[in-house]
Each structure stands twice: as structure tokens, then as C-alpha cells.
Design a protein around this ligand. Structure first.
Ligand code: MG
Length: 366
């Protein structure tokens, strides 16, 4: 089964009213839309697979790599030979980066190839991975940054009312963090994701202070994210559980994080780290190191489905990240949304849900 075409497309879906007023700024840009980069792979058997490459601000670069570098490299290749194809692509492109847009692009390709493999076999991806341990997974509501105590409290309340049993904040201000604990009460697990702001000294001070609000985990406390030794040192000095890994790519970086004892919770991101093939390897490595994996999945297209199938197949303690904000339209249609804080594992062939063609028609910008 040969790959006949690889096409990338950008979806730009606005926030619906109510969720957008205080949308946060990351990467130096205020978000008014959720931008996603989809990868569509066509084969000569007529089977089409869908993947997703990490999006947001870096979409123009990743799209160019998909269109101008990856597409010519893989057209004509056997879509069923995922492992050798991904190895070959990684080797041919390694001098252009072992993380960032090159690996994001390859992640999107890999996810699409697993979708094709499942569709060709008539099986859901989790079956190809060995079978699902769970029929549904609890999701935690991953809030965007609101940066005001009132905004945080209101959205924590909204998430709890929607049925989520755990909340993640992207706040760094202590007033905002305390407002969340106040709104949630003492028992709801609250994760804190601070996105790499601190030196090791600062991180240690902050971790000591934050311990009082009993976070479920503290995510990416140290700058820069690749300073594994600093994370490992911090972990040895604090009683707060540490999480990281969304900015790591390829199996080797995760292996190094695990060897260093850098984290309590490892967070590979399927659209950034190398797709389902890498995610599968990371679950195996982490299992051997007795470390929990909760994938980063702050997106809601095929990349989210990749995380969902892997979590269903490999997680012993099920939990998945759900980006909690309202879009005008969900890209995979209304069925692929958590209900009462839980999401069903799709049982259809491949990833189990293609992007909705009406959504593509309406929101595709490139
Ligand atoms: Mg994070």
C-alpha cells in the first residue's frame, strides 16, 4: 500500500462566546482562535489517514516542512511499514533538528500512518497496540491561563460543574492559585503547570511555598526545559511531585529523563515527540522505570486521539489531559468530547474519528 499524497491543512477555530474573553498569551501572542495543523495521508488503496502536528505559533514552519520536505520524502513509500519509514525519515532529517518543527511534522505523519494501519486492519489503534485496558478514561480539565483570581475561580467552578474530577492550572500568580483551591475545595486534585519560568533556586523556593496547597503535581518548574539535572535535583529536594516531558522529543530524551530520575509524571506529547510510535516506546521505558505517564494532549484533533489510544492501551492509572475551553465547533465532531469528565475510547477502525469535513470546509485557512 503506497503513500500517494501527503497534504497539510491549517484549521483556525475561534473560541465560542464565554471562553474567550481572557484567553491567555503564550509564545508572545494573544490567542483568539485555536489553530491546528492536520496531516492527511492518502494511499493507493483508497485509505486515508489523519494526523496532527504540533500547532499554535509555529504552524507556518511545520507546515512548510510537511509540504516541502516530508511529502516528497514519503510519497511512493509503503504506508504499512511504519517503523522503517519513520526511522528512515528521522535519519535523513536528523541534521535539521531532533525536536521542534521537523519532529512535529514527522509526528503528524506517524499518527496518520497508525490511522491508516488501523483502517487497513479494520481495528482501532488501541487494538494494534495490544488492546485497551479501559473503556473510557477520566480527563482532567486543563485550563488556559486567566491571570486573575476571579477568572480562575469562575472557570474552576465551570469545569467542576461539567463533571471533571481534577483541574490543571496554567497560573504562576499565587493569588490565582489560591483562588482555584478556594473554588475547588480541599479534595479536588489540582495540578500546576507553570511552563518553565524559574531558575533552580527559584523553583525550589516556589515548590516549598506551593507545597502548602497540596498540588497533584508541579509541571515544568525549571528553565530551561531540557535541564534534566536541575529537575532531578529539585525532585530530590521537594515533596511536591514533578511532571515534565511535553518539550522532549524522540525516545532518547525520555530515556535520559527517566535515567536521571527527573520526574514523577512523564508527559510525552504525541504531536511533538514523534507520534504514536514514540509514545509507545516511552510507555514501555517508563513502565520499566516505574514512572507514571500522562501524555500532554493540549489539542483536540487526531493528536488527542493518538494520546487517547495509547493511554487506553498502556496506562495503569488512567488519566488524560483535556484542553478546557469552548470552541465554536469541535474538530472531531461532538461525539469525541468528554461527558461528565470522562471520554469514551473510540472503537472504530484506526483512530476512530476523522476530522469533520464540514469543520474543515468552514475553518480551513491554508
Ligand atoms: Mg504543560
Amino acid at each position: 500500500m503506497k503513500i500517494t499524497r501527503l497534504e497539510s491543512m491549517v484549521l483556525r477555530i475561534p473560541y465560542s462566546s464565554g471562553g474567550s474573553d481572557e484567553a491567555s498569551a503564550w509564545g508572545g501572542r494573544r490567542w483568539e482562535t485555536a489553530d491546528a495543523l492536520l496531516v492527511r495521508v492518502e494511499t493507493d488503496a483508497g485509505i486515508v489517514g489523519w494526523g496532527e502536528a504540533f500547532g499554535y505559533n509555529v504552524i507556518p514552519a511545520t507546515k512548510a516542512i510537511l509540504d516541502e520536505v516530508v511529502a516528497p520524502l514519503v510519497t511512493g513509500r509503503d504506508a504499512r511499514a511504519i517503523e522503517p519509514l519513520m526511522l528512515d525519515a528521522q535519519q535523513k532529517l536528523h541534521i535539521f533538528g531532533r525536536g521542534g518543527p521537523v519532529i512535529y511534522a514527522l509526528s503528524g505523519l506517524d499518527i496518520a500512518l497508525w490511522d491508516i494501519a488501523g483502517k487497513a486492519a479494520g481495528l482501532p489503534v488501541h487494538r494494534l497496540l495490544g488492546g485497551a485496558r479501559h473503556e473510557e478514561l477520566p480527563c482532567y480539565a486543563s485550563l488556559i491561563r486567566y491571570a486573575t483570581p476571579d477568572g480562575v475561580a469562575m472557570n474552576v467552578d465551570r469545569a467542576l460543574k461539567a463533571g471533571f474530577g481534577a483541574i490543571k492550572l496554567h497560573e504562576i500568580d499565587h493569588g490565582c492559585i489560591l483562588a482555584a483551591r478556594g473554588a475547588a475545595g480541599p479534595r479536588v486534585p489540582i495540578m500546576l503547570d507553570v511552563n518553565c519560568p524559574w531558575t533552580l533556586d527559584e523553583a525550589q523556593r516556589q515548590a516549598d511555598m506551593l507545597a502548602a496547597m497540596d498540588p497533584e503535581w508541579l509541571e515544568e518548574p525549571v528553565w530551561p526545559p531540557e535541564d534534566i539535572d536541575a529537575l532531578a535535583y529539585l525532585r530530590s529536594r521537594t515533596r511536591v511531585r514533578l511532571a515534565a516531558g511535553e518539550n522532549a522529543a524522540t525516545m532518547m530524551q525520555f530515556s535520559q529523563m527517566l535515567s536521571a530520575g527527573a520526574v514523577d509524571v512523564l508527559q510525552p506529547s504525541p504531536t511533538k515527540c514523534g507520534g504514536i510510535s514514540t509514545l509507545r516506546q516511552v510507555f514501555t521505558l517508563a513502565g520499566a522505570a516505574n514512572t507514571r505517564v500522562v501524555p500532554h494532549s493540549f489539542y483536540d484533533g487526531p493528536g488527542f486521539l493518538a494520546a487517547l489510544h495509547c493511554a487506553a492501551a498502556f496506562q495503569t492509572t488512567p488519566l488524560l489531559e483535556w484542553r478546557f475551553f469552548d470552541l465554536e465547533t469541535p474538530p472531531l465532531g461532538p461525539d469525541m468530547q468528554p461527558r461528565n469528565g470522562r471520554i469514551r475510547i473510540p472503537d472504530g477502525p484506526g483512530l476512530g474519528a476523522d476530522p469533520d469535513p464540514r469543520v474543515i470546509e468552514k475553518y480551513r485557512t491554508a
